[in-house]
Design a binder for this molecule. Structure first.
Ligand code: TXA
Ligand code: MG
Length: 350
């Protein structure tokens, strides 16, 4: 393989998220067809895309992201028919889930077909597939005429990008094109469900909630790793074993009843500042926290959509410690708490 050029020119293409301009989509699709990378918006986070069926193109994703090669990618499609190109022995429940949640933030893990190169699935015999709702993403897949493999467009271990600026922070000089389609709607990554066993298994909570899945499927089991237990043997989702979503700052997660959480946050912020640390707070209750930066969130949805952005903003303000108040693990709150627990350096009960 020819060495990958790391110092390339990164072009930014601004595209209308409501009505993507066809000529701009064609420009981006041309790169995908040539086997190059394109970063593009989805409704969850920005993805770093390549032709999923072209092993050489997919290899570039791993290099640009600094991603371990055993961590498989999600393949994005724009037409249900593509499911049968990518997967075999597709259970009926996959079609029910597609009816209910596609296009949208749901990824299904299925038995892989021979068409999908091993590098795309990190060597696994299963494949993760999702149909995004974002119009730019849909237009790009359609115009490229091929399914697009895309992990989140952050450098390995960094918070996922929810705006084109974040992609540039991590990827400038490493990829040729970023489509700027404005901020993403949901802000955390898609829900991943494994449909290769009798009872579906939730591998990653996200935009589609467990409650919604339960309603559709009847039964769903939650992977033990998500319950904070160490899973024995193979990791069902290789991504689970890696530390993720970390800002440079240390994250301290404070959990407990609202009044004590507020009090604990104030105390911690004071203590840290006395130690000459710059303190950021992500709060669900209003108070005078006496911190260097405060982000107040009033709903679970707002928490999700602003979380990764706030991590990056606090990093740019040279915050040393981020104190985050926990929320109930229901609805999209389960996804938010999963990202926080992965990012957290310490968890404190208030
Ligand atoms: O919302 C999203 O899903 C975004 C946008 C760009 O679509 N993509 C995304 O990709 O979050 P990534 O690569 O950052 O996360 C993919 C997750 C990883 O945890 C990976 O281990 C898991 O999906 N995954 C992929 N293929 C899998 C498979 N065959 N079996 C189990 N887990 C798989
Ligand atoms: Mg990711």
């Amino acid at each position: 393989m020819a060495p990958f050029k790391i110092k390339m020119h990164t072009r930014v293409l601004k595209v209308n998220p409501k009505r993507p301009e066809p000529e701009k989509i064609r420009t981006a699709a041309r790169r995908i067809k040539m086997g190059d990378l394109v970063a593009f918006p989805t409704e969850t986070v920005y993805g770093l895309g390549a032709d999923a069926l072209d092993a050489k193109a997919v290899r570039k994703i791993f290099v640009a992201k600094g991603r371990p090669s055993d961590n498989p990618l999600i393949i994005h499609i724009c037409d249900r028919k593509d499911l049968s190109v990518l997967a075999v022995r597709i259970p009926d429940m996959a079609y029910s889930l597609a009816d209910a949640f596609w296009p949208g933030p749901l990824t299904m893990v299925l038995k892989k077909s021979k068409r999908v190169p091993k590098i795309t699935t990190g060597g696994l015999d299963t494949v993760a597939v999702r149909m995004p709702e974002n119009r730019i993403a849909q237009a790009l897949i359609k115009e490229s005429g091929t399914p697009i493999a895309a992990p989140s467009a952050n450098y390995f271990g960094r918070p996922s990008p929810t705006a084109a600026e974040h992609v540039l922070e991590d990827m400038v000089g490493r990829i040729g094109l970023v489509i700027d389609g404005g901020p993403t709607k949901i802000g955390i990554e898609s829900t991943v469900v494994d449909l290769t066993s009798k009872v579906p298994i939730l591998l990653r909570p996200g935009g589609v909630t467990v409650e919604q899945l339960q309603k559709e499927l009847g039964r769903i089991s939650i992977h033990p790793a998500l319950r904070g237990r160490r899973s024995k043997g193979v990791h069902r989702s290789p991504g689970m074993k890696y530390k993720h979503y970390s800002p440079d700052a240390q994250v301290i997660l404070v959990d407990g009843p609202a009044a004590s959480t507020r009090k604990k946050t104030v105390e911690l912020a004071r203590k840290m500042r006395e130690e000459h640390k710059r303190v950021g707070v992500i709060a669900i209750t209003k108070a005078a926290y006496g911190a260097d930066a405060v982000k107040h969130v009033s709903t679970e949805g707002e928490f999700a959509s602003s979380l990764f952005r706030t991590f990056r903003e606090f990093d740019s303000k040279k915050i040393d410690v981020i104190i985050v108040q926990a929320i109930p693990k229901r609805g999209i709150g389960l996804g938010v708490m999963n990202r926080l627990e992965k990012a957290a350096y310490k968890k404190i009960r208030a």
